[in-house]
Design a protein around this ligand. Structure first.
Ligand SMILES: Nc1ncnc2c1ncn2[C@@H]1O[C@H](COP(=O)(O)OP(=O)(O)OP(=O)(O)O)[C@@H](O)[C@H]1O
Length: 307
């Protein structure tokens, strides 16, 4: 490794949990090929909560898959917790996922035959690490499941099952928790409980969370929202509130409907080469959002618009 590359990794370790540089991912081949991510750059500071939003088909899931090493970009680089994923072989990726990432899915993905406590301990056991029963019980108690340790998933409500999945994702204090529509299958109250828990994990424990969601209320629990359209980051918002997020989403969806697919669906100021810098001021590291290219850049200030 060159000295510059080493310096980059060290810097990255102290500031950003996740960085995507100029990531492009195409699905399919020939005439039917789709560019799901188009030179996307994104830096997520440690201890922050980022929501990824955008119309259906805009590339959110592909982003999550590339960021978690579940899918390989065609070009560009992904660095998670200081580790370059794009160079890693499958064994190394599996280890990185087990040791440094947590996952929360819409459908909970709990093992039905295991108890709550066993489900939570499972990733650590897979990783061959010691499971501290006290830590498992303490975490579940904090998530309001202290009296459900020996229940099976089928004996829990949807919201309770998702809280188990969150405990499972967070037990090992991973560098990043990826949440894919974590409230999609929940009623309003259970969804709020889950979002509050995610928020608290960031505020109290410094957890880094990247969450894909369609729900403006969910997006508003994040520190920053990154808006996708046509495989590009086209907008960003810090200190989001549900009404502003809903308005941006409506604008994006209308723009996509008007223009169909293609670069004209791009929302934002300036030409195709848009980058948005989402900053929080002071010493808080900023989330840098960019779409590759050279021409224009934009700043999102606290709670403000891209300019
Ligand atoms: N395996 C695949 N083969 C071919 N095309 C794909 C594949 N996966 C995704 N795509 C296409 O890539 C684009 C981005 O898809 P992606 O699932 O990332 O979008 P999304 O924003 O997560 O959508 P949704 O909100 O509907 O889940 C879409 O046009 C989709 O049809």
């Amino acid at each position: 490794m060159t000295r510059a590359a080493y310096a980059h990794q060290v810097t990255n370790k102290t500031t950003h949990a996740l960085e995507l540089h100029d990531v492009t991912k195409r699905h399919g081949v020939g005439d039917t090929a789709v560019t799901a991510l188009d030179r996307v750059s994104l830096s997520i500071p440690r201890g922050t909560f980022t929501a990824v939003m955008g119309p259906s088909g805009s590339g959110k899931s592909t982003l999550l898959h590339c960021a978690a090493g579940l899918d390989r970009p065609d070009s560009g680089s992904v660095v998670l917790d200081g580790h370059e994923l794009t160079d890693a072989d499958e064994t190394a990726l599996t280890r990185l996922r087990r040791e440094r990432m947590g996952f929360v899915f819409q459908s909970f993905n709990l093992v039905p035959t295991l108890t709550v406590a066993q489900n939570v301990a499972l990733p650590l056991e897979f990783a061959g690490r010691r499971v501290d029963g006290r830590q498992v019980r303490g975490l579940l108690a904090r998530l309001g499941l202290g009296d459900r340790l020996d229940h099976r998933p089928a004996e829990l409500s949807g919201g309770q099952q998702q809280r188990v999945a969150i405990a499972r994702a967070m037990l090992s204090r991973p560098a990043v928790v990826f949440a894919d529509e974590p409230t999609g299958a929940l009623d309003t109250q259970a969804a709020r409980d889950v979002l509050r828990i995610l928020r608290e994990a960031v505020d109290a424990s410094g957890q880094t969370i990247v969450m894909v969601t369609h729900d403006p209320v969910a997006g508003a629990y994040a520190d920053a929202v990154v808006f996708f359209s046509d495989g590009r980051i086209v907008d960003g918002m810090t200190r989001p509130d549900p009404a502003s997020v809903a308005a941006r989403m409506a604008r994006l969806s209308a723009s996509v409907r008007q223009s169909g697919s293609g670069p004209s669906a791009h929302v934002g100021q300036g030409p195709d080469a848009l980058s948005a810098h989402v900053g929080q001021g002071g010493n808080v590291p900023s989330t840098h959002l960019g779409h590759g290219g050279s021409a224009s850049s934009a700043q999102v200030r606290q709670g403000g618009d891209v300019r």
